[in-house]
Design a protein around this ligand. Sequence first.
Ligand code: GDG
Length: 483
Amino acid sequence: MAGDYDLVVVANRLPVDRVEEADGTTSWRRSPGGLVTALEPVMQREDGAWIGWAGTHGEPPEPFDAVGVRCVPVGLSADEVEDYYEGFSNGTLWPLYHDVIVAPTYHRRWWEAYVRVNERFAQAAAEQAAEGATVWVQDYQLQLVPRMLRRRRPDLRIGFFNHIPFPPFEIFAQLPWRGAILDGLLGADLVGFQRPADASNFLRACRRAIALPARQSLVRLPDEGGRQVRAASFPISIDAAALDEMARREDIQERAREIRRDLGDPQYVLLGVDRLDYTKGILHRLKAFEELLSDGRIQVGEAALVQVATPSRERVEQYVQLRQDVEVTVGRINGTYAEIGKTPVQYLHHSYGREEMAALFLAADVMLVTSLRDGMNLVAKEYVASRYDERGALVLSEFTGAADELGQAIMVNPHDIDGLKDAVVRALHMSPREAARRMRAMRRRVREHDVQRWAATFLEALERPGAENTEIDLTSAGSEVAP
Ligand code: GDG
């Protein structure tokens, strides 16, 4: 029952979004995500299919061709969206894998939906993949797919990449279905993570939870004739050249100047860009900014903070609460410190086009990335890639994957509010010379390790599982510019 495709990507979402045109017809538009950018060329070259949810519940559309790949929609019922996606993926796994910043919820009904939906994705992949094809499964929503797929199609090469952190065993151990999740992942030939620390957490979980021999980067499966699964880090990146090119455009630069003018031409513009998510440390950032205003270390009118908070997971309880907390805090800061024509915090609960994002990056003197835990954080890399002028300073949480690579950022522990305040002041007052030196080093790193290289490195490691140097290449990726 093999299908036609030599490379199959399996992800929660398709690489396209459905759009309603003015005349009532619907069409598919490429999603903004970096994964599409990374995989598009190789998918076109290799004759690829992409399996994913189309984003609305009910009967899935028929398979179709878009952005140069075969798109195969997987259907989810309204209950499954609630239990598999909002429930188990975003109410159980997401908080558990992000250091239990909020308490994960464990519901057996959610788990059952997760198993059922993972089976459906695995079945779709099994039907599309050609004999001996490569299948690349993405992210925490689909951790059971590798095993389910191997059972159906032992001829395939199966890779898995986890975009979010993999937690230390002491936290992972809470999960009632921890053994099943590990077994699911071990259906793959290669399990990729953002940071070396995530890979070692996974290897340790295999030893502790299911007593498997795991040494260096390999897990041995005695029940499968000694088959070996490799776990290693492959830090994801961005399309750095495209962003650099966009930022150099005159219209984008003009828009950046306009943004500063519309903010009242403050001396300093600070910027945060995040999905509205409790992992991103938005409240910590606001607290630091508020205290800097109350201490008089920055003056209203002198500095403005622009916070883009893209709407996200709006039906999940903790996200509703977070939105309220952020909006109360912004309201309090502005109510206390604003003057006519001078608003300290511009809070924007919208999503913007890529060009507006590039203009915002160019307009910002200081970029604030204060995540409490973040697999990578692409925004940090995007800021760096846009600053072709070598200006601007990046304040970066040490709890991001990006911190492994962007050692020239001003590193912060976002829980340490005094430290965060000092870091912001240091960023504001950094000499242009020092800022340029740091930015140059970070730009080099992001340019040389872009998302195309990420995809190629992963797929190459998947094709050559025994390659001697794989582990060294991959796990030391961050060492060049680290302090
Ligand atoms: C997960 C992991 C890991 C945001 N708002 C708008 C917009 N964005 C874009 C950003 C960036 C992306 O969305 C967000 O990526 P992040 O990496 O910052 O964070 P998550 O969404 O949490 O992503 C993360 C990532 O997966 C990849 O593996 O790095 O750690 O949590 O590209 O620019 N883009 C546009 N308008 C917006 O309003 N166009």
